[in-house]
Structure formats: C-alpha cells, structure tokens
Design a protein around this ligand. Sequence first.
Ligand SMILES: Nc1ncnc2c1ncn2[C@@H]1O[C@H](COP(=O)(O)OP(=O)(O)OP(=O)(O)O)[C@@H](O)[C@H]1O
Ligand SMILES: [Mg+2]
Length: 583
Amino acid sequence: MKELKHLNKYFKKYWLKLFLGIIITIVARLFQLIMPSYVNKSISVVERFLNAEIAKTEAQDLLLQFILIIVGAALLSGFFTFLMRQTIINISRYIEYDLKNEIFDHYQKLSLNFYKKNRTGDLMNRISEDVNEVRMYAGPAIMYGIQTLTLFAFLIPLMFIKAPTLAAYTLLPLPILSVLIYQISKVIHKRSTIVQQYLSTLSTFTQEVFSGVSVIKAYALEPQTNEDLTCLANEGKNKSISLAKVNAWFFPLMILLIGISNILVIYIGGKQYLAGEISVGLIAEFILYVNMLTWPVAIVGWLTSIVQRAAASQERINEFLREASELDNTPTHKHDIKGKIEFKNVGFTYEDTNITALTDLSFTINTGETTAIIGKTGSGKSTILDLVARLYDTTSGEILIDDEPIKHIDLTDLRESIGAVPQDAFLFSDSIRNNIKFGKENATEEEIIAIAKDAVVHENIMGFSKKYDTVLGERGITLSGGQKQRVSIARALIKKPQIYLFDDCLSAVDTETEEEILSNLKKASKNKTTLIVSHRVSSAKNADKILVLEDGRLIQQGTHDELNITDGYYKELYTKQLSEKEN
Ligand SMILES: Nc1ncnc2c1ncn2[C@@H]1O[C@H](COP(=O)(O)OP(=O)(O)OP(=O)(O)O)[C@@H](O)[C@H]1O
Ligand SMILES: [Mg+2]
C-alpha cells in the first residue's frame, strides 16, 4: 500500500475536483435512498384503500404524489451518478496522463546501460499496463469505494432502526458474498495475468516472424514456424479456457447470494408480518434495500483486489522511477564547446558483458582537426565515439573537452554540439525530409536540399516519386544500405555542430561516391573537430592524424605519410587495399 503514496501528489493537484466528486457521489446515493420508503408508503396507501380507510380519490392523489417523488429522486440520483463519473473518472484519466509523462520523461534521462538491462517489452508494459492498473485505483476504486461507504453509513443504520431483526437476517449473507468475490477476483487476476503474459509472448513471436520473414522464407522455415505458432496458440487456448472457468462463477454466485438474501427478507419478513410486527410495505422496502446493497458489497471484494493490483503495479513503476541515471549531470559552469578532445589513459569495460573495450588510451585532437580511427573489427573504435558523446562514463582515466573534464560539461550542451552518424544508422518511420530535419528542427527546404547534395543523396531522393516526402520504414520504402548511410550523414551535417563523429558511415557506398562525400565533408567540417572511423584507408588517408587500434589499445598514430613508411598494421592495410583497387 505504501507504494501508492506516490500518487498522493497527483491527488493534491486535483484536490478540488476530487472533493467535488466525493460530495456528488454522496448526494447521488442519498437520492437513491429516498425511493424505497416511498414504495413502502405507496403500498400502505393501497392497503388502506383496500381496507376502506381512505377514499379512492385521496388514494389516487397520494399515489401520484409518491410516484412523482420516486421518479424525481431516481432522475436526480441518475443525474448525480452521471456527474460523479464525469468528475472522478476524469481525474483518473488526468492522473494516468501525468503518470505516463512522468515515466516517459524519466526513461529518457536514463543511460544506455538501463536499456540494456531491461527489455523493451518490460519498459512498454510499465508505461501502459501498469499505469492502467494504477488508474483503476485512482478512478473506479475511489469512486465505488466512496459510493459503498456512503451506502453502508446511511443504509445499514436505517435498516436497523426500521426493523432490527429483519435487518440482521438479511445482512447475514452479504459478508460471505464479499469474501467470495474477493477470492474469485484474486484467482481471476492471477489467471488473467497468465493470459496477458502469454499474449505478449505471442505478439513478440509474431512480430519477430514478420520482421524476419525474408530469413524464414530464404531458409524455407515456414512449416517449422507454423508448428511453433500452433504450439503457442494451443497453450494460449488452454489458459484462456481456465480463465473463462473462474469468470463463469462470478455472476451466478452473486445472483445466488442476492437470491438467498431476498428469500430471507420474504421468509423472516413474512413471519413478522403474520405476527403483526411489520407491514407488507416494509418487506417491499427491505427487498429494495437488499438489492441496493448487493452490488456495493460484492464490490468490496473487487475493490480489494484492484487496490492490491494497483499497489503491485505502482511498485513496478516506482522501481524504474527510483532508478537514477548513471551519468550524473552536474555541470560546473556554462561552457561554449569549441571541440578539442583529449583522452588521458582512458580504459573502458562494458558493464553487462565485462568486455574491456579500451585500455590505457591517450591521444589529443585539437579543435578543427580531422582524425581517423582505423582498426580490426571489435578493436574499440565505436566505443571511443560513444565515450566522446558521453553515452557511457569511462571506467578509468579521463576525457577532456576543451581541457575541461567531460563530466563538468552539461550533457545537453555536449550532445547538442555533436553531430553523430552511428554505425547502424537508425532512421525513423517518417518522411525523408523529417529524418534529415531531425538534426535541425527549423531547417528550410533550401538548407535540406543543399545538405542532401553534400551527402550525395539528393539525386537518389529525387528519383523517388514522392521525393523528400517519401516515407521510410515499415509503412514506406526501404532504403539501400548506402542510401541510409547518406541520409544519416545529411542529418548530422544539417546540425552544423562543433564535433562530427562518423562511425564507418561510408562502408556501404562505392569508392567514387565515397570520394565525393569525403571532399564535401572536408568543406563542411572545416574548423570543426571530426572523428572518422573506417575500415578503408581511402577514408582515412587525408586526415590530420590517424589512430590505429588493436584490441582496445593504440598501436600506431600519425599522418598517412608517417604511417606509410613505418612497418605495421596501417602500411599492410594500405598496400592490400591499394592492390585490390588496381586489380
Ligand atoms: N553495447 C555493448 N555492450 C557490451 N559489449 C560491447 C558493446 N558494444 C561493443 N561491445 C564490445 O566491445 C568491444 C569493442 O567494440 P566496438 O563496437 O567498439 O568495436 P569496433 O572497433 O567499433 O568494431 P567494428 O569495426 O566491428 O564496428 C567488442 O568486443 C564488443 O563485443
Ligand atoms: Mg564499430
């Protein structure tokens, strides 16, 4: 329960609405309570008329009066019930909205390590399913809770005042009903969670099949996939049936217990009537009371399980909300980034895999210089770029930006002054224009086209029938590897940052295009610090400095000419790639 305290700040925020909602709920129930006693009075009028105690016209007048009161009370109760839902359920929707925003904001602050530790499905579930469970508490549970409390507070004393013995007998089965409903709700919840989990397994499975459909077809795995699906579906069917079985108990049980209460009213009431203790009208009044009480009583059990579930969900949500970003962002002062980068004995080990990607790495890149990083696959090139963008903090050593420790620089400032093209460029399922504009929100059409020309992708884009409006991704076209790389280069260029990080972003273009892009990049990145990771010497040879990595260590550094006269990895690679080109 204490986990749900997290929501108190939201209740405070909406306290006026909530207060109004509570008043409205109480008023709605009070109007409902008026009706049964007028039914009783109406029956007495009929009785008195039959016993010739009153005249027909007088009876008719009285009946009309009572009926109008009953109808009026019903209408008012209905109207206030409507208002009750309008206020309290709306509050729960506001809280749901606020909570989702709070979680999402928090997610975005968390480091990449958090995303590696937790599965996407889990992240999605907490922001959708769990928030929904919590909403059930903030809305329906509170609404029905107040409603039930009001009814109990007024109705039970009223019944005991009117006929104590009858009240005691008729109320007897109701606590049993409450306990039973609670037990059933618990089982229903347990089984529906299992069904829910199964559904998410099924959707993960099908999603993977659809996105990997070309591999499945190429390997002729359709029959096997079918079999897997049938197996999963069968399991799901059994789970759903087991849920349906408990669900089937819910209403019959309620109806049975209401029936027992009604029979008790008629039996005990009948005996008391024969003994001359109560009137027929009072029996009718009590039958109405019993029917009014059964739903709230049943709901006590249901509410208990809603609150328990909400507490469990809120606990899961709080678990993520308590998670602090590993990258602390406490800048010491405002800082205009110029672009000097210095690595001082930097070592880095990936937390999850314990792989040491970089060891004792030291180098300096002056503002405006272009540096190329070359090395075998897995040698730690991408890791260097990730550290410059401070996606991770170094395990040992220090990185300085403009001679200032990177941790002293505001994270947003740092990342705003970096234009990165990651190795596996990710494009959003949106138009090409918006994908490029992602780097600069207010870019003009001319800017976009000029930049696309620099990235040598303009011609390709003009070749699509919808040009810059061409939608990418699932609902749109699939770009070739090289086109994708060039669109993401355009995205980085349009940002005009102080530091460029290009991670193997020309690997999928032919050498001619590569040369064209490189010469454009040279112009665009004039006076900007540029880091180019590549497997090709052609991308690296014009750099001011080349770093050669092996197993996370710097084994050579210098200019192309310097490295080319010393024996080593670079010279070997150059000779090999040169002869490949000539052949
Ligand atoms: N996100 C990660 N989590 C755990 N280990 C990682 C992660 N990324 C890289 N590694 C490991 O760190 C080492 C260095 O990887 P890195 O991606 O920096 O190499 P690279 O030089 O960029 O290779 P490539 O040329 O293939 O892109 C590798 O052994 C890799 O398995
Ligand atoms: Mg890499």
